[in-house]
Design a protein around this ligand. Structure first.
Ligand code: PTJ
Length: 243
């Protein structure tokens, strides 16, 4: 039992949730190390949404709301930490939700689908086909989902699939705390923020989005600048770490 007044309460609760979900076969064991890497970057960012990340989240909403076939791709970590937030984003945006796993087993696919449905998500289902040019199982996706999408939100993505989706002409929006990752560099838009902070902000921005604002945000978008601003925020924190 983690006491609510513990200074690291939020972080400890997230770890506990991921560990519980790993024991239940929802989160891959590798997902725990992926989370640890994310935590380290979040520490460096001050565990808060920077102004630049907020702009990225608003731009993400613009890209989703102006797409004709937006899809949210969900893996084990995202389902464990953000099931309810995915349901809210789906409701605000009308995006389809598809489960897509790196460490894919039929059992995990079913468990993650059940967890998402319990959280209120309508999960797209069907016969997955090997439709992406990748040697691993993230190539498996639904023809009427990720394959047809013109915008894909892929939280905690791996670089290969991100590059493949961009090469297919899709807008690829990722949420990744590591501004130096291959994914961060390859995506159309990288939200350098923690998943559970980023998703509700994107949802709120979707609900408030109009065509003119969306056009302005997308015209001003520069992903390299967003990544540089994230690194600047880290450098600034380090400069004053011992003040
Ligand atoms: O459920 P599966 O089988 O699809 O596997 C999922 C994992 C996460 C194991 C898989 O996609 C993977 O190995 O991911 P990577 O390549 O380790 O990338 C995960 C990225 O997400 C890393 O750059 C982390 O810094 C970042 N990250 C981890 N936790 C969070 C995060 N970013 C935002 N919010 C988080 N909570």
């Amino acid at each position: 039992m983690i006491p609510e007044d513990h200074p690291r309460y939020r972080s400890l609760r997230a770890r506990e949730r991921l560990a519980d979900c790993a024991r239940a076969g929802i989160v891959a064991l590798e997902g725990l190390s992926a989370h640890g890497r994310g935590e380290a970057f979040d520490y460096l960012l001050g565990e808060a949404t920077t102004a630049s990340a907020r702009r990225a989240e608003e731009t993400a909403a613009a890209m989703i709301m102006t797409a004709t076939h937006p899809v949210i791709s969900v893996n084990g970590n995202t389902a464990a930490l953000g099931g309810g937030a995915i349901a809210a984003l789906q409701q605000a945006s009308g995006a389809l939700v598809e489960v897509n796993l790196f460490h894919r087993t039929e059992e995990r696919m079913q468990k993650i689908t059940a967890l998402l449905e319990e959280a209120g998500v309508a999960v797209l289902q069907g016969e997955a086909e090997r439709l992406l040019p990748l040697s691993h199982d993230r190539a498996l996706c639904l023809r009427e989902g990720i394959y047809t999408a013109d915008a894909v939100l892929v939280p905690l993505e791996d670089g290969d699939r991100c590059e493949a989706l961009v090469a297919m002409g899709k807008r690829v929006i990722t949420i990744d705390l590591n501004p130096l990752s291959r994914t961060a560099g390859a995506a159309t838009l990288t939200v350098v923020d923690e998943l559970t902070r980023a998703l509700p902000t994107i949802t709120a921005a979707c609900a408030a989005m109009d065509e003119e604002r969306a056009g302005g945000l997308m015209a001003a978008h520069d992903n390299q600048r967003l990544l540089r601003e994230a690194l600047d925020a880290i450098q600034e924190r380090l400069k004053h770490a011992l003040d």
